[in-house]
Design a protein around this ligand. Sequence first.
Ligand SMILES: [Zn+2]
Length: 675
Amino acid sequence: MSHNLLWGVDWYPEQWDKTLWESDVQRMAEQGFQVVRMMEFAWPILEPRPGNYDFSLFDSVIDILEKYKLTVVLGTPTAIMPVWLVDQDPTILAVHPNRLTRDFGCRRMGCMNAPVYQKAARQLVQAIADHYGPRQSIIGWQIDNEIGHEGSDHCVCDHCRAAWHRWLEKRYETIEELNRRWGTIFWGSTYTRFDQIPLPRQQVATNHNPALLLDYDRFSSDTAVSWAEAQVQIIRQKARAHQFITTNLYPAPLAQCIDMEDMVRIMDAAGWDNYPVWGNQDEPLPYFFTSYVLSYVRGLHPSGNFKVMEEFSGIQGHTQLGHLPPPEQVALWTNQAIARGANAIFYFRWRTAPYAQEQLCYGIRDTDNTETERERHIITNMQNLSPVLKTFASEPVPAEACLVYDRDTSRLIREQPLSLGMDRRPTSYMQVGYDAELARWFAPYVLYNVNCDIKSTKSVNLDNYKLISLPFYQITDEAFVQKLSDWVARGGHLVLGWRSGSRTTDNWNIDRPLPGLFRELAGIRVTNFEALGTGSTGICLKDTLIHQFISKIITCKGEVWADILEPETATIIARYRDSKKHYTGKPAFTRNKYGQGFVWYLGTSPDPKTTFFLYKSILKQAGLAGRFLGLGIEAVQRITQEGKTVMVLLNHTSKKKRVLGKIIPPWGTLVIDSI
Ligand SMILES: [Zn+2]
């Protein structure tokens, strides 16, 4: 079957009486769904007793699905485990850094370094792959479920402690080398053996050495990646050629320590769960934030597309509910995901569970199993737009701009947010300050409707782009700075953010004036800096006549941080203007010509108004044809299989809008020929 654009639904037949199965499947088929994702929490059903596998339930279900020509994506159900496994070895339960041992009966409670859990999971996945790998109707696999979510990227149990010591010894070889690079002379924390090194449990007052914390994040990421890779390798040996392998990542992509590029590199595609509103949020995430996350997921895998393994259908939460989006907006979020590179949508979930932890996670249908308003909108949208969306859904998203992030910097921010403005923690285990800052830097591309990729410092191919935004690049790799310099010299345009170049890859403060390795490239010195917390400072744009006029009539602001700049070869394009700041009048933004290219240095994070005016100049100078179509209007350019360029217009407002001569209804989507 064609994989250009898959429409699917997440279904849990084990939670329903089997008399409902056939009518469920028949309705899915009639509505136009092609595929069902299931089984990702079914370990106790598949292996009710150690080593005794029972596939009868899912065999029966797949028989029915095949009868109605539906295909299947199977999840490996290792995000939970059967209770007999915990009875066998209670030490498989993970210990959170807050010293609480996770309980059986929740999810993601196993330690990914526990040998008994690893072995049982591998045996289970082998049995599943042996049984279902040959089956034609299986078209894909989802590895585990939301690996690392809900704080499960960190464990401090004894299994992890042993693995941590092995990991450190491999990395540093000698304890003397570790002591030197961690700076353990400080506070007398010098070690004499690797097995003395603690796992960083939460402390009452002072923290652990940030070098230890950064390595612990790297170690924890490697743990999760190895966990997933072990399963991929087993399935790969048994999977038929048409079956893809993915996993489902989760919102707030950089809040966890796991390197998701590493995670999906041996899979066939990245996958994630798309919930633009969740829990007790009183409004959805801003549409540019969702675009940021969608583009981030797209950038994780070289295929250039991704799969949404869980797409919002009904209102969602575990203990509290919040904003109810209109059903038209639910359909719009689907189309936004496809516009940004999704080529498979699985709605979560077919029908709301009557019981248990997710009884507040509403599906396409409610527990009463009658048609809902949102169901009608979801199905109508799918049926009406699928013919046009599938002409480009599996094609690469063209982009001449790229936002670049750094995984180690994201890890560091969890421990050292630097400014209250970066310290955003919606839950105790989630620090989303770096995500929020990156989304702010992505916003101008959404505002001006310029397609923009998101790539990491280790995977970005600079030559694909005219313009690179690199915010807050603290942990600075010398080789990458050299690549950037060469690229700018050849004509690239780089927008560099505050605090860049301030640390080495060992997390030492750099031993030269800031911005460290970027000094010549940016043509400035950073003479001082201030954390602005949740406040701001006024700034005055002065690059163009329009900027000068704007600065007279409105107050532009910088937020989060203020680097005070001294140009060496750069031109000043904005100054601080704030009577409460002693550095008022000092340069805030600069632009430096370097070879054939230019480097902007933004010493503070521009507020939305400043962003709007500033990026108008930046995009123009970089030769990118940005076009503002109104607040709430998002336009994404795509190229169809036939090579035709089209524009997907998304109206994120509750008002009818006229855009480029076309009328878009509230929360509507239109695909037009590009003009
Ligand atoms: Zn552990």
